[in-house]
Design a protein around this ligand. Structure first.
Ligand code: GTP
Ligand code: MG
Length: 199
């Protein structure tokens, strides 16, 4: 579905290092360790183009990946939020970078807000969603790590997350269920990202 190559373009530790806003972008947001980098890898069918880790706080900059030749769109892997163990100053720097990017990026077509299937929407997620609502930045809620819980639990968290999405003005009124590990929901997400990139 994503025809052509995927290449790493650059890491931006601050807004002034962003690439020129000349192609559509889709961003990956979510709590530390929710599986942003893993989902990006699964989506483009590469094992480790984005770096993942069992230790939260792996992704510390905005990482831009280019899809297609000729270039179709960029995927943006972002630092996680809600990571209590990082030094407060570092957390604040990440938070500001992510917030400023999300609020101000004209080519940003959609943000994927990832939610851990085991935990559902947490207060920090709701905070992120409210910020996006206020900035009128459209986002999709995507459940991750679906392989980690039972089908019955997954159904319940899916229903609860869907109900949450429908309370928010900028949230897409559907929730995709994924597992990067098992490949679940990846084709559906790919189709969604492709259509979002054309917005
Ligand atoms: P930060 O960059 O620290 O914010 O984390 P992240 O959201 O990018 O998470 P990352 O992709 O690095 O994954 C965190 C951990 O979760 C890694 O150990 C992954 O292997 C694991 N993980 C990610 N997705 C899945 C999944 O679908 N299933 C399972 N079982 N584990 C997963
Ligand atoms: Mg990461």
């Amino acid at each position: 579905l994503f025809s052509g190559p995927v290449t790493f373009l650059k890491s931006a530790p601050a807004l002034k290092f962003l690439p020129d806003p000349d192609v559509p972008e889709i961003a990956f947001a979510g709590r530390s360790n929710v599986g942003k980098s893993s989902l990006l890898n699964a989506l483009v069918g590469r094992k480790a183009i984005a770096r993942t880790s069992v230790t939260p706080g792996r992704t510390q900059e905005l990482n831009f990946f280019e899809v297609g030749e000729p270039l179709l769109f960029r995927l943006v892997d972002m630092p996680g939020y809600g990571f209590a163990k990082a030094p407060p100053k570092v957390v604040e720097t990440w938070r500001r970078l992510v917030r400023d990017y999300l609020r101000g990026r004209v080519v940003l077509k959609r943000t994927l807000v990832l939610i851990d299937s085991r935990h559902g929407v947490k207060p920090v997620d709701a905070e992120m969603m409210e910020m996006l609502d206020q900035a009128a930045v459209g986002y999709r809620l995507v459940l991750t790590k679906a392989d980690k819980i039972k089908a019955s639990e997954l159904e319940a968290v899916h229903a609860a997350t869907l109900a949450e999405a429908r309370k928010h003005s900028a949230a897409y009124p559907e929730v995709l269920v994924t597992s990067s590990e098992k490949g679940m929901g990846i084709d559906e997400l790919r189709a969604a990202v492709l259509s979002d990139s054309l917005l």
